[in-house]
Write a protein that binds this ligand. Sequence first.
Ligand code: CA
Ligand code: CA
Length: 370
Amino acid sequence: MGPWQTLLCVTILLVLFKINISTETCSKDEDSCQKTDTKSCGCSISRDTSKLSEEQESHGHETDKSKPASTTGSLFRTHGMVKIPGGSFLMGTNDPVFVADGEGPERPVTVNSFYFDKYEVSNAEFELFVHATNYKTEAETFGNSFVMDKFVSEEVMKGISQAVQGAPWWVPVDGADWRHPYGVDSSIDKIMDHPVLHVSWNDAVAYCKWMDKRLPTEAEWEYACRAEKVGRLFPWGNKVNPKDKHWMNIWHGEFPNTNTADDGYETTAPVTAFPEQNKYGLKNIIGNAWEWTSDWWETQHSTDPKDNPTGPLKGTDKVKKGGSFMCHKTYCYRYRCVARSQNTPDSSAVNLGFRCASDKLPKYLQTENP
Ligand SMILES: [Ca+2]
Ligand SMILES: [Ca+2]
């Protein structure tokens, strides 16, 4: 691609999307990935809401108050929540990998007890929600979403002429949505137990509300991930593969060219896959799909003690946590409890999902968790 074509490509993209991606910050040398002070490894991609908000409003969202038809059968497991006992911890780290992400400094935070989904929300669960409410996701309303080119068919790729500056493997794919995670010629028929993808923050909020739940705050999410372990990278400790087992779904191989799927999964894994990652029994809190939190994004944190912090009062982006199947230590080393990234609330992508929290156990679960 010549310089003029490159300029044209970037210009088109800037018109269509607000790009929150800076140049790849991590080299293939693992050590050079440490202490990076640049903003992003291409983890976050956001829409330009100003260009599309009118269309979104014209569709609206039907969110009737129907509740889950059943909490038994094959979906029982993904309705399950675990209790996270309240307590105090040091949120963030004084030893950040990505300084510009606001991983630090450590600051004392207290959170009340809450309930947290044991699993990421699955396609099966999201389908129940959509069937009950006729909900239309923002990716469906906009008509496109972001997918990694490697997972898009040759046929679909023929119609794509845009890519994201600094992360050219991210392409906007027409017709990519939660039912078609890799484009119009893909489906979720065989992956109903995988995490729902291409859901915006607004979509996630609507789903959690329908389930009588809510999104977790960033503090709750990180507190639950760390599970009282101090100064550890992962929910279980510091080793990537303790007991010679895989504990999470991340990228193996050389990103973005080769994906060896050493952990058994080239893309997403079932939400029930891998061992419980910490003493709370959480599955895939790290890896598999990124997870939305309720907080607005900021990178400057006070070290004053905070009680149940909910983040800034306003902002442009929302915080997401946990990394995804596309994360590798040399690229987007964010499959750590303190790591964080962000997207605008209407953004969606092939590696971004969520799980819900609640102050009290929803009534329809109370008999299941006496
Ligand atoms: Ca993997
Ligand atoms: Ca996850």
